[in-house]
Design a protein around this ligand. Structure first.
Ligand SMILES: Cc1cc2nc3c(=O)[nH]c(=O)nc-3n(C[C@H](O)[C@H](O)[C@H](O)COP(=O)(O)OP(=O)(O)OC[C@H]3O[C@@H](n4cnc5c(N)ncnc54)[C@H](O)[C@@H]3O)c2cc1C
Length: 463
């Protein structure tokens, strides 16, 4: 395994259809940037792949020259796992296409698509597949980690709607993974992250979802305890058609928010109802009867508009610090901690989101996919966010203290897509009982751990 030489590098470059960016190139600083500006990594090479053949070249080159390999989908990962120091970055953003099969109700998308690309393509046919709550997130990372969003309770996680994937493996082979082809790989891809290969295409099931009745309903922060207790009971009896995640926020100083609420700390539930539209007002009646909110922005909205509602608030280039956990319930003791830290939100963009993961997602078996926390009720994420690195100490310390105070009430592990680099024990806790099976599949498909810039599953030692 020789280190790359000038000759081997130029041979590699000549085999790529996409551009190979090096630290000497003027575009290098832009090409190495990821969504979270707290991440500042300096890769050795960035291959802006245009097709599967480019990806195969990259995998072989990294393997044969003992180079660290990082895979970049949308570049949104909390811990910046789409890039790494001294690595060859396989940048998939040029592999961007969508193909809807309206009769078969599926969409096939290139490995470098963002969710906005997919929503745009499928909405034209009056359909959607579950993703997250921002349109700028990459399909690759979000899907491989699980995928929680507005459609979780109705349609399941994103992985529950994944029908097949096309994958470049560590040995350079190109394979398909589905229920019928390489089913062990297909099982591992559904939650196991980028540990098993580079996914160059995903095929998802589509649902007839076009115009949900959705949006945030805001309450004064002083109402947190009563809203949380009501939310806990209400959600346990809510139909799958109704999703609602709880949030802490600071009201942005601009439309559509009325001036008297600007910059106020508030709590909210961000609703999304995807059942019969004629029944929407009826479904929202108990929500509106519960308490007069400070602001009610729920109403009919095209699905892509719902998916991109928060994009303008959270452009790339902000400082982000993340912590997360799964919860089996929302206890009164946990609520006390939420009340405390919600009141101490350290900046306008910092947040806590509590996503329900019951409904359709909760009915999938714990061992049916690699995603272990089926049966838990909530995935909580706490993010300290600010544009100014000078405030990093403040947002990090709030995020860590909030997490430390809440963690004792959690189910133990966290959703891998909401984690930063937090060590092997945290990765194991996130996969629970499924970890050993994942490690065995890793040993089969990637025995030398070529794909290790991720929440890493170590290959099981040979017996
Ligand atoms: C503002 C914001 C909002 C978010 N909202 C949600 C949400 O609502 N729901 C949710 O579930 N998650 C959400 N996330 C988390 C998101 O799912 C993860 O950050 C995810 O890793 C992003 O995927 P990406 O492709 O953009 O990331 P990248 O940084 O490009 O990659 C992340 C990881 O996935 C691997 N990877 C990416 N693409 C591929 C591929 N094609 N093949 C193999 N490996 C690949 C990478 O190697 C890396 O380890 C959000 C993140 C942010 C920053």
């Amino acid at each position: 395994m020789a280190a790359p030489t000038e000759d081997s590098l130029s041979a590699f470059k000549s085999k790529l259809r996409g551009k190979l960016v090096t630290p000497k190139d003027p575009g290098y600083d832009d090409a190495r940037k990821v969504y979270n500006a707290m991440i500042d990594k300096h890769p050795r090479l960035i291959a802006q792949c245009m097709d599967v053949a480019d990806v195969m070249q990259c995998v072989s080159f990294a393997r044969d020259h003992n180079l660290l390999l990082a895979i970049r989908g949308g570049g949104h990962n909390a811990g910046g796992l789409g890039v790494a120091d001294d690595a060859l970055v396989v940048d998939l953003s040029g592999i961007k296409y969508t193909r809807v099969d309206p009769a078969g109700r599926t969409v096939t998308v290139g490995g470098g698509c963002l969710w906005g690309d997919v929503d745009h393509a499928t909405h034209g046919f009056g359909m959607a597949t579950p993703s997250g709550v921002l349109s700028t997130t990459g399909v690759g990372g979000l899907t491989l980690g699980g995928g929680i969003g507005h459609l979780t309770r109705k349609c399941g996680l994103t992985i529950d709607n994944l029908l097949s994937a096309e994958v470049v493996l560590a040995d350079g082979r190109f394979v398909k993974a589905s229920a019928d082809e390489n089913p062990d790989l297909f099982w591992a891809l559904r939650g196991g992250g980028g540990n098993f290969g580079v996914v160059t295409a995903f095929t998802f099931r589509l649902h007839p979802i076009s115009t949900p009745y959705a949006g945030p309903i805001l309450y004064d922060i002083a109402e947190t305890a009563s809203v949380m207790k009501w939310y806990r009971e209400f959600m346990s009896a809510a139909p799958d058609d109704l999703n609602g995640f709880f949030a802490f926020l600071v009201v942005p100083p601009g439309p559509p928010f009325p001036e008297h609420l600007h910059m106020k700390k508030m709590c909210a539930v961000v609703w999304a109802y995807t059942g019969d539209s004629a029944k929407a007002e009826q479904v929202f009646k108990p929500i509106r009867d519960f308490k007069k909110p400070a602001l009610d922005l729920a109403g009919p909205i095209p699905h892509p508009a719902l998916q991109s509602m928060f994009d303008p608030l959270y452009p790339p280039g902000l400082q982000w610090y993340w912590r997360a956990d799964f919860f089996n319930d929302l206890s009164d003791k946990a609520i006390e901690q939420h009340v405390r830290f919600g009141n101490e939100l350290p900046s306008m963009l910092s947040l806590m989101h509590m996503y329900p993961i019951d409904g359709a997602a909760g009915r999938v078996g714990k061992t049916d996919t690699a995603w272990n926390y089926r049966g838990s009720r909530f995935a909580v994420v706490i993010c300290g966010v600010d544009p100014d690195p000078a405030n990093n100490d403040k947002i990090i310390s709030w995020c860590k203290s909030y997490h430390d105070a809440l963690h004792p009430y959690s189910a133990g592990g966290a959703y891998v897509n909401f984690m930063m680099e937090e060590g092997q024990e945290r990765v194991k806790a996130s996969y629970g009982d499924n970890y050993n099976r994942l490690a065995a599949i890793k040993a089969k498909y990637d025995p030398n751990n070529l794909f290790r810039v991720n929440q890493n599953i170590k290959p099981a030692a040979a017996a």
